[in-house]
Design a protein around this ligand. Structure first.
Ligand SMILES: [Fe+2]
Ligand SMILES: [Fe+2]
Length: 329
């Protein structure tokens, strides 16, 4: 197989309109399933067929287009990928900023098992009582303990394994909050007490350096550390030698075309050009789904594979993936 880098056509559809790529962690080869798969340090080919725990994480859901994309397409993804658990970041689900009880309800009814959030969670006051009552809703863990809600949750997977989900907020270029690293240590100690086997972390942060640092900090202690908040998917998905999958940002669920990170481009452009504050509105159109699908070993909780989800109606028909190996021509 050639070691030359080649531009490869995106083509791995699992459901109509969906495209999944596995992180290029080794040599890409084709599998009969139609997915591309890699030979990682774990040894044999690992794809979405290893019989492990299968998780899907969706990035910031932006407004109605994001909610509709989740509502219309998640049930199909959930069934076709035989997912064990779905996490979605809902901090932009209501009108582009914040979360309301109604928008939360849409996500939960669509097949999301745990809704994480971020700096916009406080926007709509009516969500605050639900932060206390609804165990499937998380706010960042490193807010003051005096704030409503919880920053992590323990959920039982099919088969009885316990999954711990932790939501953290970054401090670089963000409002001041408690230390996310110490908050992670405290949450992981609680997970251990509660018999959690698999840990997934949504680190909602601006700076890629802070998010990469968190992935390193939790190396070997979490199955998956993924970033949210920037709304732009990054090309750095990986699995460490200790079995922690990570990616700096999984992207958003919302309108990508004719928008600026999911918001209507006209308002954003006026704000940049004039400097005059103006309320954002989500862009109109069909929303993309962006995220990752990770499969993890049931026994040792190590990540076996990480697939990048870019389900973008129409727009990525000619998207290309730069990877190694002639098999991807
Ligand atoms: Fe955010
Ligand atoms: Fe966001």
């Amino acid at each position: 197989m050639s070691s030359d880098l080649v531009w490869c056509r995106a083509r791995h559809a699992c459901v109509p309109g969906a495209e999944l790529y596995q992180a290029t962690y080794g040599t890409i080869v084709e599998k009969e399933s139609g997915f591309s798969a890699i030979a990682g340090t774990a040894g044999p080919l690992s794809g979405l067929d290893a019989g492990g725990v299968r998780l899907l994480c969706l990035g910031d859901i932006v407004g109605r287009p994001g909610r509709s994309a989740v509502q219309e397409r998640l049930p199909l993804l959930r069934a076709s990928l035989a997912l064990d658990f779905v996490i979605a970041n809902g901090e932009n689900a209501a009108g582009g900023i914040g979360l309301t009880p109604d928008s939360l309800d849409v996500l939960l009814r669509s097949g999301v098992d745990c809704v994480t959030s971020g700096n916009h969670i406080w926007r709509h006051r009516e969500i605050r009582p639900l932060l206390d009552r609804e165990a499937r809703l998380l706010r960042p863990c490193n807010y003051s303990p005096a704030t409503p809600g919880r920053g992590f949750g323990v959920y039982t997977l099919p088969g009885g394994l316990k999954l711990g989900v932790l939501n953290l907020l970054g401090r670089v270029f963000m409002d001041a909050v408690d230390c996310p690293f110490r908050a992670a240590d405290a949450a992981l100690a609680r997970f251990e007490q509660e018999g959690v086997s698999h840990v997934v972390v949504d680190f909602h942060a601006e700076a890629s350096s802070e998010k990469r640092a968190m992935a390193q900090y939790l190396d070997g202690r979490a199955t998956l550390v993924f970033g949210t908040h920037t709304h732009v998917q990054t090309a750095d998905a990986r699995i460490s030698a200790l079995g922690t999958a990570s990616i700096t940002d999984i992207g958003m669920c919302g309108v990508e075309d004719d928008s600026v990170i999911g918001m209507g481009k006209e308002v954003i452009l006026r704000r940049f050009v004039t400097g005059v504050p103006e309320a954002f509105k989500p862009a109109r159109g069909q929303g993309s789904l962006n995220g990752v699908c990770v499969e993890a070993d049931k026994k040792n909780a190590k990540a076996l594979s990480i697939f990048i989800l870019r389900d973008t109606p129409g727009a990525v028909a000619d998207a290309r993936l730069l990877c190694g190996g002639a098999a991807c021509s």
